[in-house]
Design a protein around this ligand. Structure first.
Ligand code: WTA
Length: 632
């Protein structure tokens, strides 16, 4: 671990310079610290036109050998995973590297026994229980491609993803705990599978001990399957560019797309960024609060920490249960040194009693992290002052599902830190700002669209089953560049501040939704003719969802209709995409060519209607007055 870790600002500058002058030499040296069955022939082959990006071509490896096997000699008895349940009264569970290795191997053997082979897509729809970690790594062990779906998505959302990936098997649980609630997970799976002919097997892990419907010939219990199964499973040898996983994420158009990451590059990038950004030391206890269903959980709960031989804490619960001090109680309980969470969690805790934080010591903390959305200055200061006691560097890490790992971030204690700024790019990352025509803006104290001009090992390779979609989404807006979809500022010292999306993507509590995706869901409601969705600033969630809806007839009770529309969205996507505000309108502001002027709707949603700009090109300018008058 230490040999890839930057220790001083000078080392950062040197590493950065080398990564630009000689990217292949730079990444090749880092990749050499991993275990490869066969070394690669070509470090990098790329063009952003197709795009075609290959890192460590010809290299052979298995990522789980790097996460587990290679640590057994030196760290076999070290804790790999600590699992803290939802209910503080339930006992936590710990796994050493040796034990985790056995659990993963056993799960892998269960998968094999149930017919899973290299290259098969495996859908994992499970709560934050240890088996979710075992299952994910078990797929990687045997070369199956995992597609983890956050267990808050609805049956419809799940079946869309399963069908897109043509998954043959689903790994799930009977139910899940979420604060005071218990949710019947298996029932959602059963509903989803009514529309998924590719799935012929379901393995169910028991969490709640609930009686669930088991379909004869399709569904089996994990605890039955694992009886007598070997704790050893040889790792499948993979090509560096073989797919490791698919993770679905929303874009500005169409259904969510399956972002594909491959074995070699993702591995190298996950560990390099984990080790550096958080400045992880051998005995640190590290806690990332993200769910494995999101990219942050993939890279910084699971792969990054295990690749580094670190101890990773996995938490089943929520920040507010049984009370608003739960996070801090867990920090003290395990002596957590590094804590990585989302601004939305911080903002919700800021609303609680300050004693919920101050009554814990938090002495063990050394580094704090933030991810998923811009952290506003107020939240930044609260987190830094009350949690970090002004003693811990706070790293604001900017990245995306598509980037595989952190791209722009303070390196804890080493590179500059500034409230609400992700700050400097990591070595190997070449961000640029462009204007709307795609011209590079080279000065400082500017704002523009954030792009990358050179590949890094963790970059998206394709969107599953539709390479053209990958090209169109990320590589076609600005020629020769990867376009992030984000707007950013660069201050006088060259530090980056991410402002937010410049496309039709809304970031709600750090979760991405395309406006089109939510509109599509709303339009499924029988009463709805058309809808337009925009984001607006929300105190806790960062952005809230504001829907303007045209109905077939004037509803008798608007509140009933709103409740019904929310129900439709919950059914099509999940609770996480519930609109916060629904305004029933008789028309939408459209141009003569029929395009909705979202700019106007955004202003209305923000409550700023003083200057709506030019509305003369609208088909029906009167509709704007009506919308303004009815704003919620
Ligand atoms: C936003 C999450 C500001 C951004 C890792 C990006 C951020 C999207 C930050 C990706 C940050 C993520 N500051 N904005 N530190 N981190 N974002 O794919 O808009 O779930 O494009 O990946 O979240 O979200 P995703």
């Amino acid at each position: 671990m230490p040999n890839i870790q930057i220790k001083t600002y000078q080392e950062y500058e040197e590493a950065y310079k080398r990564s630009i002058d000689d990217p292949e030499g730079f990444w090749s040296d880092i990749a050499s610290t991993f275990t490869w069955r066969k070394k690669w022939n070509t470090t990098l082959e790329w063009n952003f036109e197709e795009p075609n990006i290959k890192w460590f071509k010809g290299g052979r490896l298995n990522i789980t050998e790097n996460c587990l096997d290679r640590h057994l000699k030196t760290r076999g008895n070290k804790l790999a995973l600590i699992w803290e349940p939802n209910d503080p009264k339930e006992r936590f569970v710990r796994y050493t590297y040796r034990e985790l290795h056995e659990k993963v191997c056993q799960f892998a053997n269960v998968l094999k026994k149930n017919g899973v082979k290299k290259g098969d897509r495996v859908c994992i729809y499970m709560p934050m229980i240890p088996e979710l970690a075992f299952a994910t790594l078990a797929c990687a062990r045997i070369g199956a491609i995992h597609s983890v779906i956050f267990a808050g998505f609805s049956a419809v959302a799940m079946s869309d993803r399963i069908n897109d990936a043509q998954a043959s098997i689903v790994l799930t649980s009977d139910g899940l705990n979420r604060g005071a609630k218990q949710i019947p997970v298996k029932r959602v799976v059963d509903e989803a599978l009514e529309k998924c002919p590719s799935v012929n097997k379901v393995i169910v892990v028991e969490r709640l001990g609930w009686a669930v419907n088991m379909v004869e010939g399709r569904d089996v219990w994990y605890h039955d399957e694992v009886q007598g199964v070997s704790k050893d499973c040889p790792a499948e040898e993979m090509d560096s560019e073989d797919m490791l996983f698919i993770l679905y994420t929303s874009g500005s158009t169409g259904k969510p797309k399956g972002v594909v990451h491959t074995c070699g590059g993702y591995m190298v990038y996950a560990q390099y960024t984990f080790s550096n950004v958080f400045q992880v030391q051998e005995n640190d206890i590290y806690w990332c609060t993200a769910d494995i269903g999101w990219i942050t959980g993939h890279t910084y709960l699971l792969y990054g920490p295990l690749l580094s031989g670190s101890t990773s804490l996995m938490f089943e619960g929520v920040p507010s249960y049984p009370d608003m001090g739960r996070f801090w109680q867990v920090v003290d309980k395990f002596g957590v040194n590094i804590f990585y969470t989302a601004p939305t969690a911080i903002r919700s805790l800021m609303g609680g009693d300050i004693d919920d934080v101050l009554s814990y010591s938090l002495d063990s903390l050394k580094v704090l992290g933030s991810v998923g959305e811009p952290i506003n200055e107020e939240a930044w200061h609260w987190y830094h002052t009350h949690v970090g006691k002004e003693r811990c560097p706070l790293v604001d890490t900017w990245w995306q599902t598509e980037t595989g790992g952190i791209m722009i971030s303070t390196i804890a204690g080493i590179t500059p830190m500034k409230p609400s700024h992700a700050a400097l790019p990591l070595p190997g990352i070449q961000p640029i700002l462009v204007d709307t025509e795609g011209n590079e803006i080279t000065e400082n104290e500017v704002e523009g669209h954030l792009c990358m001009k050179f590949p890094w090992p963790g970059i998206i390779r394709t969107t599953y089953g539709d390479h053209e979609r990958c090209r169109l989404s990320y590589f076609s807006t600005y020629k020769g560049l990867y376009f992030t979809g984000d707007g950013a500022k660069r201050d006088k010292d060259g530090l980056y501040r991410i402002i937010g999306r410049v496309d039709d993507v809304i970031n709600v509590s750090g979760h991405r939704f395309g406006t089109a995706e939510i509109e599509d869901a709303i339009n499924h409601n029988d009463h709805v003719v058309e809808s337009a969705v925009v984001g607006y600033p929300h105190d806790v969630k960062g952005q809230g969802i504001y829907a303007f809806v045209i109905c077939k007839e004037v509803p008798e009770r608007e509140d009933y209709l709103r409740a019904e529309i929310i129900e439709t969205v919950v059914e099509k996507i999940g609770k996480i995409a519930k609109p916060d505000k629904i305004q029933i309108v008789s028309g939408l502001p459209k141009t003569r060519s029929g395009k909705i002027m979202r700019r106007i709707l955004r202003k209305v949603a923000e409550g700023d209607t003083s200057n709506l700009g030019d509305t003369s090109t609208l088909l029906d300018p009167d509709v704007v007055d009506e919308i303004k008058a009815g704003a919620l």
